[in-house]
Design a protein around this ligand. Structure first.
Ligand code: F6R
Length: 246
């Protein structure tokens, strides 16, 4: 695992977009799994600008949805797919048929997760995972405790994640209590991953992710064992790290 410290959020977003663009130049038909949340929004805007300038070709990409709230359909304002569509798919002109979904309103959510894993397997595994870091160390909605072998599945959200999602759903009461998530197993097997971490409030969980024990209690800590994972953190998030102190 590699750590890169960016000057600030803008620099982090620019560097993340450039890394993704470099990878997509080499692998224009890559399988990419895409987070929502606040952190990657700057990266997606930068990627869209690169696409506008003709520096990224998205026409052959295969995109995988990272997670979704259980029971939430596409028309629901809380839908993570809706957020991904507005922030990533539409600006990058990615067509619906290029996307493998985790549908929150699937009639059999467990089968939806199994089919998702089969689709990842059939495509030869994920080439790139674009991830954000939860305040409790979750990746996607792999809530603690989650070990590195867990497949995609339906999970119960922890109070910490419910609190974290409250600002996106209007209130904590409006946050669904369960979700579908891509599995740790599928994420850890990605050929490249980019974990984006920004802001002072992530200092402590970033430190546990990079410098703490590798443990299901901090799912993101498994990235320590992944050679091709890059953690891109801004100075505000990285300040408490031993490596940032030189
Ligand atoms: C979103 C997701 C979550 C977020 C994480 C960080 O699809 O899977 O794991 O990436 O909660 O969220 P932000 O970036 O809003 O701090």
């Amino acid at each position: 695992m590699l750590l890169t410290i960016a000057d600030d959020y803008h620099d982090l977003s620019r560097q993340a977009a450039q890394r993704a663009a470099d990878l997509l130049k080499v692998s224009p038909a890559a399988a990419v799994i895409v987070a929502t949340g606040e952190t990657p929004m700057g990266m997606y805007r930068e990627l869209a600008a690169l696409k506008q300038r003709g520096e990224v070709d998205t026409s052959r990409l295969r995109i995988f949805q990272l997670d979704e709230y259980l029971g939430v359909g596409d028309d629901d304002a809380r839908s993570l797919y809706g957020w991904m569509k507005r922030s990533f798919l539409d600006p990058l002109e990615i067509r619906a048929e290029q996307v493998v979904r985790l549908r929150g309103d699937a009639s059999d959510p467990s089968e939806e997760c199994s089919a998702f894993d089969r689709a990842i397997e059939e495509t030869g595994g994920l080439d790139l995972a674009i991830l954000g870091l939860g305040m409790n160390g979750h990746l996607g909605f792999n809530e603690p405790p989650s070990d590195h072998e867990l497949p995609s599945r339906v999970v119960a959200l922890t109070p910490e994640s419910i609190g974290g999602s409250a600002r996106y759903c209007g209130s904590a009461d409006a946050v669904p209590r369960r979700a579908l998530t891509a599995g740790m197993k599928q994420l850890m097997a990605a050929k490249h991953s980019l974990l984006l971490v920004s802001g002072e409030r992530k200092q402590s969980i970033l430190k546990r992710t990079l410098e703490g024990a590798v443990s299901p209690e901090v799912p993101s800590s498994y990235l320590q064992r992944v050679a091709d994972a890059t953690v891109l953190a801004d100075q505000d998030a990285a300040r408490a790290l031993d490596s940032a102190r030189g």
